[in-house]
Write a protein that binds this ligand. Structure first.
Ligand code: KIV
Ligand code: ZN
Length: 516
């Protein structure tokens, strides 16, 4: 493939959702899909239609919404899954069925309990079946990197003959080393006789912290022209290849890669924030490209250098990935129009004038308590507002008292299905007291797996953004909450997690459905 274009395939909504607690509602997935379209990704893997009715509906809703990107649905290599994907994708402008089967000796023997010949036959049959339903078919050899190259060559040649137009070689368990993975792809491409009839794709997990490096090696050494990745590197275990990193590497080092990408990089930061706020997976401050410190030059020497000439210490411009506008602040006196314009610039689409009015009222209330409103505040506020009225638990108010050497005391008022409940408790610090108060009434019995507080925009006047991860009966959920008062933000996050725990799971990840 002599192409000098790199296809960006985003799988935040499918592989990203496989992170514990990252499951998203259909509306949240549609919001993210719209943002991915704004970001101009080439392919959006919207989900795994056969996993559950909720997943089917999410893929369908995204297929009906997205106009510019190809919408893709994952399917195991069987007729039922593939037919379900095709049905969910029926209304898409451009649709792709992605079918996969494991090809490594370990997976074939222990997981599938199939012989290599049976796997080969099933792969061929599935691609043939899919090709009768749609033109654009991707085939993935799960655990491809740990597969026997001779066998893999036979499978790939056969599925290309059956009509697969994209061949993806996942490093499913993140075992690869850049040079080795790159050469693995190169070797396959050289040996498969009809290799030039398909686009080759890389899909790397980050277990050894090398997902981005391996993907780039697959492109540079191996000649792959599609990278599968997720926003913020979201994904199970150590995550997937991070979209923002791979995109900025190819763009910043065009001298080395010589490839074009279609991504509108100025939407990267807004995309990162949206995914982190919806899933509750906070971005570490020193994360490349999208971390809060990624462009902060704290040391005097660096600041001096950057002031004299930016490129002394900056290889990318912050504004090129969407940071610049963050400096512009709105305040108490900003009007509805300025607020609305800022929403548009941030890529936030509220579906009615009434929704804008509600968000504006929340903005005014926040501006009374906080003199400068940053973009992060606006995004957090919109995310808070997007919690649906059907949420069974809603925060109302909170009082707490803390004194050195004494247990803290909190009284939390919240609504449960419209009924107001007052709960109070003592605890080891105000957050603990607040959670114990809520638990004293809800009795969820959930185990807390994670609690984190992040200052949204730096200073002490910043809003606190809290993420809470709860587990009960094998189900893991994340809740997020934001408020200038971190104890209030904590209560909101806890109630948000309870809403997810008690709500019907709209989607079941491929993994929860037992498919992967
Ligand atoms: O990691 C993997 O192997 C996958 C495939 C299903 C594409 O996600
Ligand atoms: Zn994967």
């Amino acid at each position: 493939m002599g192409s000098d274009r790199l296809i960006i395939f985003d799988t935040t909504l499918r592989d990203g959702e496989q992170s514990p607690g990252a499951s998203m509602t259909r509306d949240e997935k549609v919001r993210i899909a719209r943002q991915l379209e704004r970001l101009r990704v080439d392919v959006i893997e919207a989900g795994f239609a056969a996993a559950s009715n909720g997943d089917f509906e999410s893929v369908q809703a995204i297929a009906r919404t997205v106009k510019d990107a190809t919408v893709c649905s994952l399917s195991r290599a069987n007729d039922r899954d593939i037919a379900r994907s095709a049905e969910a994708l029926k209304d898409a402008q451009r649709a792709r069925i992605h079918t996969f089967i494991a090809t490594s000796p370990l997976h074939m023997e222990k997981k599938l309990r199939m012989s290599p010949e049976e796997v080969l036959e099933q792969a061929k049959r599935s691609v043939r079946f899919a090709r009768n339903l749609l033109d654009d078919i991707e085939f993935s050899a799960e655990d491809g990197y740990r597969s026997d190259p001779d066998f893999l060559c036979r499978v790939i040649e056969a599925v290309i003959n059956e009509g697969a137009s994209t061949i993806n070689i996942p490093d499913t368990v993140g075992y690869g080393i850049p040079e080795l993975y790159g050469n693995f792809i190169k070797n396959l491409r050289e040996r498969v006789p009809n290799a030039d009839k398909a686009i080759w794709s890389v899909h790397c997990h980050n277990d050894l912290g090398m997902a981005v490096a391996n993907s780039l090696a697959g492109v540079k050494i191996g000649g792959a022209r599609q990278v599968e990745c997720t926003i913020n590197g979201l994904g199970e275990r150590a995550g997937n290849c991070a979209l923002e990193e791979v995109v900025m590497a190819v763009k910043t080092r065009r001298d080395h890669f010589g490839l074009d990408i279609n991504i509108a990089t100025e939407h990267i930061v807004a995309s990162s924030r949206m995914v982190s706020q919806i899933t509750g997976f906070v971005v570490q401050p020193n994360k490349a490209v999208v971390g809060a410190n990624a462009f902060a030059h704290a040391s005097g020497i660096h600041q001096d250098g950057v002031l004299k000439a930016r490129d002394t210490y900056e290889i990318m411009r912050a504004e090129d990935v969407g940071w610049s506008a963050n400096k512009i602040v709105l305040g108490k006196l900003s009007g509805r129009n300025a607020f609305k314009q800022r929403l548009q610039e941030l890529g936030v689409e509220l579906d009615s004038e009434a929704a804008i009015n509600t968000a504006f009222a929340a903005f005014k209330e926040l501006a009374d308590r906080k003199s400068e409103i940053f973009d992060e505040d606006i995004l957090a506020l919109v995310q808070e507002g997007s919690k649906t009225p059907e949420d069974v638990f809603q925060f109302v108010s909170l009082q707490q008292h803390s004194e050195t050497g004494e247990p803290s005391r909190a009284e939390v008022v919240f609504q449960h299905e419209g009924r107001e409940i007052k709960a109070s408790a003592q605890g080891n610090g105000p957050v603990d007291a607040c959670f114990k108060a809520i638990e004293s009434q809800v009795n969820s019995g959930a185990e807390m797996l994670l609690f984190s507080i992040n200052a949204i925009s730096g200073s002490t006047e910043s809003q606190g953004e809290v993420a809470v991860r709860l587990q009960r009966a094998g189900r893991v959920v994340n809740g997020v909450g934001a408020d200038p008062d971190v104890i209030v933000a904590s209560a909101k996050a806890y109630l948000n997690a309870l809403n997810r725990l008690y709500g019907q799971p709209e989607s079941v990840s491929a993994q929860e459905a037992g498919a992967i």
